[in-house]
Design a protein around this ligand. Structure first.
Ligand code: NAD
Length: 265
């Protein structure tokens, strides 16, 4: 059965300790879900948990440190969710990294990094949690964060990033079609510019990638040119995600003025 209420639901959110993931976590926990933040960065986790504690919501939120590209660690995390909560009801495949730079300056390491986190991390989420959701019989929902850059060719150098996000869309659409007879909802979040750490240059970038690569991971210049001051707050994106889950929307679009053709499908 598709999710109709968040009360008591267990939500596992990757990249959940910052930006959009944290915005989704706040909204789902406000609406009754038990939320687990899974994030690479312990400093982000500590700050996020302190925020929930300050807001008196610490009982509904816990966290674990996880690199979504590490399959062994991901499997252990899924097992832990099974042991602690009897499995999860909502998976938000949100962890991602930005990549921006001229294609002639990209290295193989840039391709591996971008696709490893943005595509591999999403697929690992489905691989580890889909069997669990199907087995526990409560139904469930999986949201994956792509980007409007999946469809809109940006007038800046975002070929690797856009291609990785287009791959997320295709994968999720295909899984949704395959799961049509099952009680698992599948949605794709297509954010436009949302306030977050991703716009800070070189966030989450392993040091070895910085040498010899012209790539940065800042989308800020481009985003400003497109939306001016119309940056969205992460919690607003979180509210759209909550409604998208309830409606089992295929696409959840934050900035409607992009009017992406795929969202009309
Ligand atoms: P953010 O940097 O604020 O948050 C991303 C979080 O993911 C961070 O806490 C980071 O530590 C974590 N993370 C990075 N690599 C990870 C890994 N390997 N394993 C686990 N966690 C990891 O950025 P954000 O903008 O909130 O990004 C969330 C998602 O939204 C990303 O997939 C991004 O591509 C997408 N997106 C963002 C925007 C935007 O304007 N903010 C626009 C389009 C798409």
């Amino acid at each position: 059965m598709p999710i109709s209420d968040f009360d008591g639901k267990i939500a596992f959110i990757t990249g959940g300790a910052s930006g959009i993931g944290l915005g989704i976590a706040r909204v789902l926990s406000d609406r009754g879900a038990q939320v687990v933040l899974a994030d690479l960065r312990q400093d982000h986790i500590d700050k996020a948990l302190a925020g929930f504690a300050g807001g008196g919501r610490s009982n509904a939120v816990s966290a674990l440190q996880l690199d979504v590209t590490n399959r062994t660690a991901y499997r252990e995390a899924a097992q832990r969710m099974q042991d602690e909560f009897g499995g999860i009801d909502i998976l938000v495949n949100n962890a991602g990294v930005g990549l921006e730079g001229p294609i002639l300056e990209a290295t193989y390491a840039d391709y591996d990094f971008g696709f490893g986190v943005n595509v591999g991390g999403v697929i690992n989420g489905f691989v580890e949690f889909l069997p669990q959701m199907l087995a526990h019989g409560r139904g469930g929902h999986i949201v994956s964060t792509a980007s409007l850059a999946a469809e809109v060719v940006m007038p800046s150098a975002m070929a690797i990033y856009g291609a990785s996000k287009a791959a997320v869309c295709h994968y999720c659409e295909s899984v949704k079609a395959e799961l049509a007879e099952k009680d698992i909802g599948v949605s794709i979040l297509l954010p436009g510019p949302v306030k977050s750490n991703i716009h800070e240059t070189q966030q989450n970038r392993p040091a070895h990638l910085l040498e010899g690569s012209g790539y940065k991971n800042s989308e800020a210049k481009l985003a400003r040119r497109i939306v001016g001051d119309n940056w969205m707050e992460p919690e607003e994106a979180g509210r759209l995600v909550a409604e998208g889950i309830l409606a089992n929307s295929t696409y959840i679009v934050t900035h409607g003025f992009y009017k992406p053709a795929m969202a009309a499908r």
